[in-house]
Design a protein around this ligand. Structure first.
Ligand code: NCD
Ligand code: ZN
Length: 473
């Protein structure tokens, strides 16, 4: 008896970025080999997915797993366990560690450090710092998924580069790498922060007031202008304001090319969260008033926002309980709750599951040229997530897999649960249990793909919210 397939997921509804079909998915040697009806199950492990949705594993382009140097907050084992349990099969880890990943040698050291610890696949960003343009080719050679540029101060000891250093970094990245930007003007946020601090404010809302929208707008304008001149592929991480989004729309109309990310936390929380959660929800850029949140959702509906990510940014439980806003860290966990929160948003019509697939799997893979990821189709990695779209239950933070499972979403009643997660055909998570041993591998972008930034206009919306993807490659 010859075995054609190792694994066949049968009877589920396969959700793509542009539609859904009742199809089986057949897997061999970690890759999807067939998607269709009545596929051969002879000798294969058969997974009955009737009543479930089958999604491509999500790609979270923005996580901080804290290795090296901050493993009291999180590490690759705990952070990727959380990812697996949340239906995220690829994470892209940020370089603001101790030490920061700003040289080829540190990039290599980090690869050695994390290899063998991850439960899902991972990409690693390098960093553009104040003087490392000469290191960028080396980091690209080692497989850097992109380069992070912190224009504004955040977790870690990252001296924000001046414009000359930024421009040299953008030029060095231009051949191959996406540059992802934390777009806040450092000088201005420090000025506003000092004024508030001197006035005696220590409450959580002071953080929001210290980073008004124009600080984001100014940084966006500056970096988009420079990146166009340097011909760099630019991505704005965690865009947070109505004014920032409007500036992006205007810049695109002028011919600038840039992709934009929105965070789950900026979409599901507004500034009322400071009253409920205090400094736990301190985030850079800050959780914003409801008008900004509405503008971000409208941007998703129109297709102005290209991807959704988490900025999973863990700190210790003690750090998250800090009551002085100036001593508290920015960021909180999120990789495990992204999919349930977005599935819950589908129940109120904010987006469709197809949109989740597009924003959190298909477009990230296109934009960053991640081979074999982001789609359920023959030839792609068998990264599959089984989802029960109807199960309704309160989120229990104690069930989360992060080292410090402190979340503002504790007790939220969510509709839609992640039943199981497969990485390259292997089960890595089953109903809340992470299944080892860790089998995650480094993913590297396709080099020299001639990838072009986003340019084409967005077609008008149809009846479904699914927005046809703009030309990315
Ligand atoms: C992030 C972190 O803690 O590493 N914090 C945050 O508030 N967003 C850094 C970042 O993404 O800016
Ligand atoms: Zn950031």
């Amino acid at each position: 008896m010859s075995v054609t397939h190792d694994l066949v997921v049968t009877g589920g509804t396969v959700v793509h970025h542009d539609g859904r079909h009742r199809h089986d998915v057949a897997v061999r040697d970690g890759r999807i080999v067939a998607v269709g009806t009545d596929l051969d199950t002879t000798g294969a492990t058969v997974v009955d997915a009737r009543g479930l949705l089958v999604l491509p594993g999500l790609i979270d382009m923005h996580v901080h797993l804290r290795e090296p140097g901050m493993t009291e907050k999180e590490d690759f084992a705990s952070g990727t366990s959380a990812a697996a349990a949340g239906g995220v099969t690829t994470v892209v880890d940020m370089p603001n560690t101790f030490p920061p990943v700003a040289t080829a040698q540190r990039y290599r050291d980090k690869l050695d450090l994390v290899r063998g610890k991850a439960y899902v696949d991972f990409g690693l960003y390098g960093m553009i710092d104040h003087d490392n343009a000469g290191e960028i080719a080396g980091m690209a050679e080692l497989g850097a998924m992109g380069l992070k540029l912190f224009m504004g101060q955040t977790t870690g000891d990252n001296r924000c580069p001046d414009d000359a250093a930024i421009f040299r970094g953008l030029e060095a990245a231009a051949a191959d790498l996406v540059v992802g930007v934390h777009a806040e003007n450092d000088h201005l946020l420090r000025l506003f922060g000092e004024r508030l601090r001197e006035s005696g404010r220590t409450d959580p809302r002071a953080h929001l007031e210290s980073r008004p929208a124009f600080i984001e707008v100014e940084a966006i304008t500056s970096i988009v202008t420079m990146a166009t001149e340097a011909r760099t592929k630019l991505h704005i991480h965690h865009l947070s304001t109505r004014a920032g989004l409007q500036r992006i729309v205007d810049l695109r109309a002028e011919g600038h090319r840039v992709t934009v990310e929105s965070l789950v936390s900026h979409l599901v929380l507004d500034d009322g969260a400071y009253d409920t959660h205090g400094n736990l929800v301190k985030l850079n850029p800050p959780i914003r008033p409801a008008a900004d949140v509405e503008a971000l959702w409208a941007g998703i509906t129109r297709g102005d926002i290209d991807i959704i990510a988490t900025d999973h940014a863990p700190h210790t439980a003690a750090e998250q309980a800090e009551t002085d806003v100036w001593k508290a860290y920015g960021g909180f966990i999120g990789v495990e709750t992204m999919l349930p929160l977005l599935l819950t948003a589908t129940t109120r019509g904010a987006l469709d599951v197809e949109d989740i697939v597009r924003l959190c799997a298909y477009t990230p893979a296109q934009r960053w040229s991640i081979p074999h990821k982001g789609q359920i189709a023959p030839g792609f990695d068998a990264d599959l997530v089984l989802v029960d779209p109807t199960e309704e239950k309160p989120l229990d933070s104690a069930s989360l897999h992060s080292r410090h499972p402190v979340t503002p979403y504790d007790g939220w009643v969510l509709t839609g649960s992640v039943v199981a997660t497969y990485l390259r055909g292997g089960l890595v998570h089953d109903r809340g249990e992470v299944v080892g041993p860790p089998s995650g591998r480094q993913v590297v972008p396709r080099r020299g793909s001639g990838l072009r930034p986003v340019d084409a206009p967005v077609p008008a919306l149809g009846t479904m919210l699914t927005v046809p993807t703009r030309e990315l490659v």
